[in-house]
Design a protein around this ligand. Structure first.
Ligand SMILES: Nc1ncnc2c1ncn2[C@@H]1O[C@H](COP(=O)(O)OP(=O)(O)OP(=O)(O)O)[C@@H](O)[C@H]1O
Ligand SMILES: [Mg+2]
Length: 372
């Protein structure tokens, strides 16, 4: 790995590298946006590798992802130069969005799986680079649970002043954990929101540049992040009944647990939803409009939930049970689970926004309930 020559290395960076190399185990690198976390993680990786250490770098920043495309978190093992080969293959987990907000569980579970994988591949030090999400309740919860789950030996806190002390506070008495505080160097160049978006767009564009259309039968694989395929398909007469009630075309439907899930041809009469709830004895009615899912980012995973590739949903043939996906993956028959993400994307890398998913329908329903 190359470290830029202009890098300014404060003396205490070397001290922290020494301590981490001696102690081994997991080190979480925390800091607000633009405090030099990723640069410091790279410095540590290279320095510890130079000392003969087997170092795992877990890239836990799904926004400014460096190992995989944005929306994924990743792992690479860097072997000391004395060992054959310098870097392992990269392991990825799809989070589904470019921020952990609203995606705390896939972030946390994905990190845990990558850290476990690192140890199974004989890593001695596991460095976890993180996002700059440090303010608010979600940040507190995520950071707290990361410590509970990953049981780090070290948290390295990069701060301009004391802006993440509130995240460190719960852990100061935790046995076996050392907190290393470092001042963020003034050399860090802040990235604007536009810069970050342009970075993601370029990474996506590059990732999908040689992508081709692949056809996947969704009945042959597991699906997650969607109700699709999880329930009992509605009969033709049920679809006609629902279509009449909602005064719109209804192409497809399933009853899954206490949810009725429908795909319609356009706007529907929301005020009739409560009648459907009573008729089908369900608590929730989810409605997608056909075409709404086009552009949705999908994680194409193996049987362990590791992400082999990403895909962009192009078409959904509900009758035939097939998805048409734009993906660089050459052998889609190895996919065992398709994870629906939240981001919609063009193949050019341009982000089209976040798909409403479950919460959106709940909002629509509340709107109609208040109108009644
Ligand atoms: N010690 C340093 N010496 C010189 N330049 C640095 C140093 N640390 C960071 N930089 C510069 O600042 C930029 C941003 O730093 P970096 O990406 O490491 O911050 P970060 O905290 O990981 O940001 P993010 O919030 O996006 O995760 C780097 O690309 C690098 O050019
Ligand atoms: Mg970073």
């Amino acid at each position: 790995m190359e470290i830029k020559e202009r890098l300014l290395v404060p003396g205490d960076w070397w001290e922290v590298a020494d301590i981490l190399g001696t102690d081994g185990g997991v080190a979480l690198i925390w800091g607000a946006s633009d405090t030099g976390k990723t640069t410091f993680a790279r410095f540590l990786t290279e320095t510890l590798r130079g000392k003969g250490c087997r170092v795992a770098l877990v890239d836990g920043d799904m926004g400014q992802a460096t190992l995989g495309p944005p929306t994924t978190i990743g792992l690479a093992i860097h072997f000391p130069s004395s060992e054959a080969g310098e870097t392992s293959r990269i392991h990825l987990r799809f989070v589904g969005a470019t921020s952990p907000s609203g995606h705390l569980l896939p972030t946390l579970v994905g990190l845990k799986r990558l850290v476990d994988k690192a140890f199974s591949l004989m890593a001695e030090v596991v460095l976890v680079d993180t996002t700059g999400l440090v303010q608010g309740g979600a940040a507190r919860e995520l950071k707290f649970r990361k410590v509970e789950l990953l049981r780090p030996r070290h948290i390295v806190a990069l701060q301009r002043a004391s802006e993440i002390e509130h995240l460190l506070h719960p852990h100061v008495h935790r046995p076996g954990l050392k907190i290393q505080r470092l001042l963020a160097t003034p050399e860090v160049k802040a990235k604007s929101r536009e810069h970050r978006r342009a970075f993601r767009e370029e990474r996506f564009r590059h990732y999908f540049q040689d992508a081709a259309l692949q056809d996947l039968a969704w009945r042959d694989v597991g699906l997650h992040g969607t109700w699709l395929g999880s329930g009992k398909r509605l009969s033709g007469s049920d679809l006609t009944f629902v279509a009449k009630s909602l005064d719109t075309l209804v192409f497809y439907g399933e009853k899954a647990g206490e949810e009725l899930c429908l795909v319609t041809g356009g706007e529907h009469r929301g005020e009739e939803i409560h009648r459907l709830k009573a008729h089908y004895e369900v608590r929730e009615v989810q409605v997608w409009e056909a075409g709404e899912l086009q552009g949705l980012l999908l994680g194409l995973n193996d049987g362990e939930g590791d992400t082999m590739a990403l895909g962009i949903l192009q078409d959904l043939d509900l009758r035939a049970g097939r998805l048409t996906v734009l993906t660089p993956m050459k052998e889609p028959n190895q996919v065992k689970l398709i994870q629906f993400g939240s981001l919609k994307l063009e193949a050019s890398g341009r982000e089209l926004g976040v798909w409403g998913k479950m919460g959106d329908q709940a909002l629509k329903e509340r709107f109609w309930a208040e109108k009644r």
